[in-house]
Design a protein around this ligand. Sequence first.
Ligand code: SF4
Ligand code: SF4
Length: 263
Amino acid sequence: MKETSRRNFLRTTAGALLGSVAAVAFGLIPGRVKRALAGTTVQPEMDLTGYNPREHLYSYIIDLHKCIGCGSCVQACRRENKVPTGFYRTWVERYQKGPESDHAHIDSPNGGLYGFPAATAGVSGVSKAYFVPKMCNHCSEAPCVQVCPFGASFKSPDGVMLVDKERCMACGYCVQACPYAARWINPVTHVADKCTWCYQRITKGLKPACVQACPTGTRRFGDIRDPYDPVTKVLAEERVGMLQPQLLTKPKCYYLGLDKEVR
Ligand code: SF4
Ligand code: SF4
Protein backbone atom coordinates (compact mmCIF):
# COMPACT_ATOMS: atom_id res chain seq x y z
CA MET A 1 0.00 0.00 0.00
CA LYS A 2 1.33 3.46 -0.87
CA GLU A 3 2.34 5.62 2.09
CA THR A 4 -0.37 8.21 1.42
CA SER A 5 -3.03 5.52 1.08
CA ARG A 6 -1.89 3.88 4.25
CA ARG A 7 -2.12 7.15 6.11
CA ASN A 8 -5.59 7.90 4.78
CA PHE A 9 -6.75 4.43 5.67
CA LEU A 10 -5.49 4.82 9.20
CA ARG A 11 -7.04 8.25 9.55
CA THR A 12 -10.49 7.36 8.33
CA THR A 13 -10.99 3.76 9.28
CA ALA A 14 -8.71 2.27 11.82
CA GLY A 15 -7.60 5.21 13.92
CA ALA A 16 -10.06 5.04 16.77
CA LEU A 17 -9.83 1.27 17.02
CA LEU A 18 -6.05 1.33 16.93
CA GLY A 19 -5.93 4.01 19.59
CA SER A 20 -8.17 2.21 22.01
CA VAL A 21 -6.39 -1.10 21.57
CA ALA A 22 -3.01 0.54 22.01
CA ALA A 23 -4.15 2.40 25.10
CA VAL A 24 -5.13 -0.85 26.76
CA ALA A 25 -2.50 -3.20 25.50
CA PHE A 26 0.52 -1.05 24.91
CA GLY A 27 3.83 -2.62 25.61
CA LEU A 28 7.32 -1.62 24.71
CA ILE A 29 8.64 -3.42 21.69
CA PRO A 30 12.04 -2.62 20.27
CA GLY A 31 10.71 -1.63 16.84
CA ARG A 32 8.36 0.87 18.38
CA VAL A 33 11.11 2.46 20.43
CA LYS A 34 13.37 2.62 17.41
CA ARG A 35 10.67 4.37 15.41
CA ALA A 36 10.19 6.79 18.28
CA LEU A 37 13.88 7.58 18.08
CA ALA A 38 13.90 8.29 14.35
CA GLY A 39 14.85 11.89 13.74
CA THR A 40 16.99 12.19 16.84
CA THR A 41 20.75 12.33 16.52
CA VAL A 42 20.76 8.58 17.02
CA GLN A 43 18.90 6.98 14.15
CA PRO A 44 16.46 4.06 14.32
CA GLU A 45 19.14 1.48 13.78
CA MET A 46 20.58 2.35 17.19
CA ASP A 47 21.49 -0.62 19.30
CA LEU A 48 19.27 -0.97 22.36
CA THR A 49 20.88 -4.26 23.30
CA GLY A 50 21.50 -4.47 27.01
CA TYR A 51 18.89 -1.86 27.90
CA ASN A 52 15.82 -3.12 29.71
CA PRO A 53 13.26 -0.31 30.24
CA ARG A 54 11.56 -2.32 32.97
CA GLU A 55 14.63 -1.96 35.18
CA HIS A 56 14.34 1.85 35.37
CA LEU A 57 11.87 4.54 36.38
CA TYR A 58 13.15 8.02 35.67
CA SER A 59 12.43 11.35 37.28
CA TYR A 60 13.73 14.85 36.70
CA ILE A 61 14.36 17.59 39.26
CA ILE A 62 14.69 21.32 38.58
CA ASP A 63 16.15 23.40 41.42
CA LEU A 64 14.85 26.94 40.95
CA HIS A 65 17.25 28.28 43.58
CA LYS A 66 20.10 27.59 41.16
CA CYS A 67 18.90 28.61 37.69
CA ILE A 68 20.66 31.72 36.32
CA GLY A 69 18.78 31.79 32.98
CA CYS A 70 21.92 31.32 30.89
CA GLY A 71 20.21 29.18 28.25
CA SER A 72 22.98 26.54 28.09
CA CYS A 73 20.35 23.83 28.52
CA VAL A 74 18.20 25.10 25.64
CA GLN A 75 21.26 25.31 23.38
CA ALA A 76 22.40 21.79 24.30
CA CYS A 77 18.93 20.39 23.67
CA ARG A 78 18.81 22.09 20.27
CA ARG A 79 22.16 20.62 19.26
CA GLU A 80 21.48 17.14 20.57
CA ASN A 81 17.98 16.78 19.13
CA LYS A 82 18.17 18.89 15.97
CA VAL A 83 15.32 21.08 17.22
CA PRO A 84 14.16 23.37 14.38
CA THR A 85 14.44 27.14 14.75
CA GLY A 86 11.47 28.62 16.56
CA PHE A 87 10.60 25.38 18.40
CA TYR A 88 11.73 24.17 21.82
CA ARG A 89 11.87 20.84 23.61
CA THR A 90 12.86 22.77 26.70
CA TRP A 91 12.71 26.48 27.38
CA VAL A 92 13.32 28.91 30.24
CA GLU A 93 10.80 31.46 31.48
CA ARG A 94 11.58 34.51 33.60
CA TYR A 95 9.11 35.59 36.27
CA GLN A 96 9.36 39.21 37.43
CA LYS A 97 7.26 40.84 40.08
CA GLY A 98 7.06 44.30 41.61
CA PRO A 99 6.56 44.96 45.32
CA GLU A 100 2.94 45.95 44.84
CA SER A 101 1.87 43.76 41.94
CA ASP A 102 -0.21 40.63 42.44
CA HIS A 103 0.85 38.98 39.23
CA ALA A 104 4.24 38.17 37.80
CA HIS A 105 5.31 39.36 34.36
CA ILE A 106 6.54 36.35 32.39
CA ASP A 107 8.88 36.45 29.41
CA SER A 108 10.90 33.90 27.49
CA PRO A 109 12.65 35.53 24.51
CA ASN A 110 13.64 32.79 22.05
CA GLY A 111 12.83 30.26 24.75
CA GLY A 112 15.73 31.64 26.78
CA LEU A 113 18.14 30.25 24.18
CA TYR A 114 20.43 33.28 24.40
CA GLY A 115 19.79 34.18 28.02
CA PHE A 116 17.77 37.21 29.08
CA PRO A 117 18.10 40.99 28.70
CA ALA A 118 18.92 42.73 31.95
CA ALA A 119 15.53 44.41 32.17
CA THR A 120 12.19 43.79 30.55
CA ALA A 121 10.54 46.67 28.71
CA GLY A 122 7.46 47.91 30.49
CA VAL A 123 8.41 46.41 33.81
CA SER A 124 9.81 48.73 36.42
CA GLY A 125 10.46 48.36 40.09
CA VAL A 126 11.06 44.62 39.89
CA SER A 127 11.54 43.34 43.41
CA LYS A 128 11.57 39.65 42.68
CA ALA A 129 12.81 37.75 39.64
CA TYR A 130 13.60 34.13 39.00
CA PHE A 131 13.92 31.66 36.15
CA VAL A 132 11.77 28.58 35.52
CA PRO A 133 13.01 25.93 33.07
CA LYS A 134 10.20 23.93 31.50
CA MET A 135 9.80 20.84 29.33
CA CYS A 136 7.55 17.79 28.90
CA ASN A 137 6.62 16.61 32.38
CA HIS A 138 6.40 12.95 31.33
CA CYS A 139 3.08 12.77 33.13
CA SER A 140 2.05 9.44 34.64
CA GLU A 141 -1.55 10.26 33.71
CA ALA A 142 -0.75 11.91 30.40
CA PRO A 143 -3.53 13.69 28.51
CA CYS A 144 -1.49 13.42 25.30
CA VAL A 145 -1.64 9.63 25.46
CA GLN A 146 -5.30 9.61 26.34
CA VAL A 147 -6.38 11.69 23.34
CA CYS A 148 -4.17 10.17 20.64
CA PRO A 149 -6.53 8.35 18.24
CA PHE A 150 -3.69 6.38 16.64
CA GLY A 151 -1.89 5.03 19.68
CA ALA A 152 1.19 6.97 18.59
CA SER A 153 1.85 8.61 21.95
CA PHE A 154 2.83 6.05 24.52
CA LYS A 155 4.56 5.59 27.85
CA SER A 156 7.52 3.25 27.97
CA PRO A 157 7.96 1.12 31.11
CA ASP A 158 10.79 3.37 32.30
CA GLY A 159 8.25 6.21 32.53
CA VAL A 160 9.37 8.15 29.46
CA MET A 161 6.67 9.48 27.16
CA LEU A 162 7.53 8.80 23.52
CA VAL A 163 5.97 9.25 20.10
CA ASP A 164 5.84 6.42 17.59
CA LYS A 165 6.72 8.32 14.44
CA GLU A 166 5.27 5.65 12.15
CA ARG A 167 1.87 5.87 13.79
CA CYS A 168 1.73 9.64 14.29
CA MET A 169 -0.58 11.29 11.75
CA ALA A 170 0.19 14.84 12.95
CA CYS A 171 -3.47 15.40 13.82
CA GLY A 172 -2.38 17.73 16.62
CA TYR A 173 -4.77 16.37 19.27
CA CYS A 174 -1.88 15.81 21.67
CA VAL A 175 -0.56 19.33 21.04
CA GLN A 176 -3.93 20.71 22.11
CA ALA A 177 -4.30 18.33 25.05
CA CYS A 178 -0.95 18.96 26.72
CA PRO A 179 -1.60 21.44 29.54
CA TYR A 180 2.10 22.34 29.64
CA ALA A 181 2.42 23.39 25.98
CA ALA A 182 5.24 20.88 25.64
CA ARG A 183 4.28 19.49 22.23
CA TRP A 184 4.45 20.77 18.68
CA ILE A 185 4.36 19.39 15.17
CA ASN A 186 7.89 19.21 13.82
CA PRO A 187 8.01 21.02 10.44
CA VAL A 188 10.83 18.76 9.28
CA THR A 189 9.63 15.30 10.37
CA HIS A 190 5.89 16.19 10.21
CA VAL A 191 5.10 14.32 13.42
CA ALA A 192 4.48 15.36 17.02
CA ASP A 193 7.66 16.33 18.84
CA LYS A 194 8.66 17.09 22.42
CA CYS A 195 11.29 16.31 25.03
CA THR A 196 12.15 12.60 25.34
CA TRP A 197 14.59 13.11 28.20
CA CYS A 198 17.10 12.44 25.42
CA TYR A 199 16.05 8.81 25.22
CA GLN A 200 18.92 8.10 22.83
CA ARG A 201 21.31 9.11 25.64
CA ILE A 202 19.68 7.75 28.79
CA THR A 203 19.37 4.27 27.29
CA LYS A 204 23.16 4.38 27.07
CA GLY A 205 23.57 5.41 30.71
CA LEU A 206 24.21 9.08 29.85
CA LYS A 207 22.44 12.10 31.31
CA PRO A 208 20.09 14.17 29.12
CA ALA A 209 21.96 16.86 27.19
CA CYS A 210 20.34 19.70 29.19
CA VAL A 211 21.39 18.16 32.49
CA GLN A 212 24.94 17.65 31.24
CA ALA A 213 25.17 21.24 29.96
CA CYS A 214 23.75 23.06 32.99
CA PRO A 215 26.65 24.87 34.71
CA THR A 216 24.83 25.32 38.02
CA GLY A 217 23.36 21.89 38.69
CA THR A 218 19.82 23.23 38.35
CA ARG A 219 18.75 20.18 36.36
CA ARG A 220 19.06 16.68 37.76
CA PHE A 221 17.99 13.38 36.26
CA GLY A 222 17.85 10.05 38.00
CA ASP A 223 16.43 6.57 38.31
CA ILE A 224 14.14 6.17 41.29
CA ARG A 225 14.37 2.39 41.04
CA ASP A 226 17.90 2.94 42.37
CA PRO A 227 17.64 3.71 46.11
CA TYR A 228 21.12 5.27 46.06
CA ASP A 229 20.42 7.67 43.20
CA PRO A 230 20.66 11.31 44.43
CA VAL A 231 17.33 12.06 42.75
CA THR A 232 15.65 9.28 44.75
CA LYS A 233 17.10 10.83 47.91
CA VAL A 234 15.84 14.32 47.07
CA LEU A 235 12.34 13.04 46.31
CA ALA A 236 12.31 11.10 49.57
CA GLU A 237 13.63 13.87 51.80
CA GLU A 238 12.82 17.28 50.34
CA ARG A 239 9.68 19.22 49.65
CA VAL A 240 9.14 19.26 45.90
CA GLY A 241 6.48 20.91 43.80
CA MET A 242 5.08 20.22 40.35
CA LEU A 243 3.35 22.29 37.71
CA GLN A 244 -0.45 22.47 37.84
CA PRO A 245 -0.92 19.55 40.27
CA GLN A 246 -4.66 20.21 40.31
CA LEU A 247 -4.87 18.69 36.83
CA LEU A 248 -3.93 15.28 38.26
CA THR A 249 -1.55 14.56 35.40
CA LYS A 250 1.08 13.35 37.92
CA PRO A 251 4.16 14.95 36.35
CA LYS A 252 7.56 13.32 36.79
CA CYS A 253 9.36 16.68 36.60
CA TYR A 254 9.70 17.98 40.13
CA TYR A 255 10.70 21.47 41.23
CA LEU A 256 12.61 22.66 44.26
CA GLY A 257 11.70 26.19 45.34
CA LEU A 258 8.55 26.36 43.21
CA ASP A 259 6.54 29.52 43.87
CA LYS A 260 2.76 29.24 43.83
CA GLU A 261 2.52 31.85 41.07
CA VAL A 262 4.34 29.60 38.59
CA ARG A 263 1.94 27.89 36.21
S1 SF4 B 1 3.65 17.31 29.70
FE1 SF4 B 1 2.28 17.27 27.94
S2 SF4 B 1 3.38 16.08 26.37
FE2 SF4 B 1 4.36 15.66 28.32
S3 SF4 B 1 3.35 13.79 29.09
FE3 SF4 B 1 2.27 15.54 30.00
S4 SF4 B 1 0.58 15.91 28.59
FE4 SF4 B 1 2.06 14.63 27.50
S1 SF4 C 1 16.08 15.92 28.32
FE1 SF4 C 1 16.94 16.11 26.24
S2 SF4 C 1 15.15 16.43 24.92
FE2 SF4 C 1 14.50 16.87 27.03
S3 SF4 C 1 14.86 19.05 27.30
FE3 SF4 C 1 16.69 18.05 28.04
S4 SF4 C 1 18.07 18.04 26.25
FE4 SF4 C 1 16.00 18.45 25.47
